[in-house]
Design a protein around this ligand. Structure first.
Ligand SMILES: NC(=O)c1ccc[n+]([C@@H]2O[C@H](COP(=O)([O-])OP(=O)(O)OC[C@H]3O[C@@H](n4cnc5c(N)ncnc54)[C@H](O)[C@@H]3O)[C@@H](O)[C@H]2O)c1
Length: 273
């Protein structure tokens, strides 16, 4: 199948090469001209274990282009993987997602399924779908929210071995088409509405961040009592209801997603009632 990607950062590039590895032809656009130029000339702009190898193995199925309209005209299904950085109020800045959606909806001559992989606040996908379909009656746009859970450093492994695949949409037909694409993966597929899928992603990230903060809090108590925090963390983690992941004491949570996603959740950012 021909699939489009807008935004070739961590999530977009890994999504592109992994979908290509399952046999799809992938048309990829990014507004950052240097990234597309690097990829066109055979370079890889980021380091991820296994990424370069899987990219080169699937080179004949990956088409990198400066021309957004080429992706729009070739593909019925387009994944949006643009950034949603934190704005000055602590909310998710949706401008990259909005400009990608506008580009697609204003230049489409046929119906599209737009898959938002970017992390967006509850209500975003629904609102974008309504706005897109208000603009024109000639073409129909179905939106799906398909949050991504990969870890930087293990991105290719995580994309190829997901613990679950979430498909949030109001339209069953779009969900079924995506389900069919993801049937090449051995993972449970949860189908829900888009708003639930959006909140689910924030809830998952905040739960993991909470585990890190929790063990650090227990570590402080352990220090004051002179007890062994490593034994305590192991003992807690052996309970299958809790699990041992994210129970290592350290400097606290960080990275490109946890702080911004937690702030947006804390702010209660939502797009529609
Ligand atoms: N990085 C992660 O580990 C991770 C994991 C899960 C989810 N996410 C989420 O996925 C989304 C993407 O994250 P990322 O780390 O890949 O971001 P990134 O900043 O690395 O990449 C975003 C890319 O989108 C491009 N872009 C911006 N506007 C565009 C437009 N209108 N058209 C085409 N391309 C455009 C940028 O030039 C950039 O290359 C975010 O919402 C993030 O929260 C990230």
């Amino acid at each position: 199948m021909k699939l489009g990607i807008f935004g070739v950062g961590y999530v977009g590039l890994v999504t592109a090469v992994c979908l290509a590895d399952k046999g799809h032809s992938i048309f990829i656009h990014d507004t950052a001209k240097e990234k597309i130029a690097t990829l066109q000339s055979g370079g890889v702009p980021i380091f991820e274990e296994g990424l370069e190898q899987i990219l080169h193995q699937n080179r004949n199925r990956l088409f990198f282009t400066h021309d957004a309209r080429k992706v729009i005209s070739e593909c019925e299904i387009i994944f949006i993987c643009t950034g949603t950085p934190q704005d000055e109020k602590g909310n998710a800045d949706l401008s990259q997602v909005e400009s990608a959606v506008n580009e697609i909806t204003s230049h489409s001559l046929s119906d599209k399924i737009i898959v938002i992989k970017s992390t967006v606040p509850p209500g975003t996908t629904e609102q974008m779908e309504q706005l897109a379909n208000k603009q024109t009656s000639a073409t129909n746009f179905l939106f799906v929210h398909n949050p991504e859970f990969l870890r930087q450093g293990k991105a290719v492994y995580d994309f190829m071995n997901p613990s679950r695949i979430i498909l949030g949409a109001s339209d069953k037909k779009a969900q079924e088409i995506l389900k069919n694409i993801y049937s090449a993966w051995d993972a449970p597929i949860l189908q829900t509405d888009s708003k639930s899928a959006e909140l689910l992603k924030y809830a998952a990230n905040s739960f993991l961040a909470m585990k890190i903060s929790y063990i650090n809090m227990i570590s402080q108590l352990s220090d004051s009592l002179g007890t062994n925090i490593d034994d305590i963390a192991s003992g807690i983690g052996l309970d299958p209801r809790i699990g041992s992941d994210f129970l290592k004491t350290g400097i606290g949570f960080g990275g490109s997603c946890f702080p911004k996603d937690l702030k947006a959740l804390e702010n209660g950012q939502k797009i529609m009632g």
